[in-house]
Design a protein around this ligand. Sequence first.
Ligand code: DC
Length: 227
Amino acid sequence: MTEHPLVAHPPTIAIDGPSASGKSTLARAVARTLGWVHADTGSLYRSIAYSLIRSGLEEAPDEIRCRHVLALGIRYVVQDGGTRVFLGDRDVSSELRTEEVGRLASSVSQLPCVREALLRTQRDLADKGHVVMDGRDIGTIILPEATLKVFLVADPKVRAERRRMELESNGVSLPLDAVLKEIQTRDSNDRNRALAPLVKAPDALELDNSRMTVEESVRWILERLPR
Ligand code: DC
């Protein structure tokens, strides 16, 4: 009989789901309630896209983009219960929430060199435990031993309206139809890619938050967190 060593994993919560499903808002609220750290992993992919755009390399061959990624010096810095993303010593966190950056992030996240570069960054943060991490592959690849895995879904129209309001609060006005189309394209890219596709982990619990408030969703998660 094979003996399995008993490994204690530090407590973590993985929240995965499609674009604009409310993952980050919910993960932040859960982390705040528990006094844990919230790690928004989308911002890591977005920081790479942001840097490629600024360097005029968004369309460069993969080999050149990968060399750029390896030299970026991407760092997660924990601040006020959340994470900031630094490229070298520059905090780029507040420059990442545009549609242009999101679109390229979805595309560069399919490059193996990008996923490899970010794997260690994410696991290093989670190794300390007491982290709520949101993304696309957290429950399946980054934290397969997470204490609780949630797969968050919401009606595409509800998601489009949430994203439209987020954009509007950043001074960008777009018709709902255009936002919905963008979300559907992003969903299809994230679900159908070969590497680390967006998929529900077999042991994840599905939460449809289309008609729930953030507080109700937080309660739903806390009630299911093993203590
Ligand atoms: O969650 P977001 O919109 O900030 O993520 C931007 C893109 O980054 C998303 O379309 C796919 C990619 N991503 C990923 O591949 N894996 C993650 N864990 C998080 C984001």
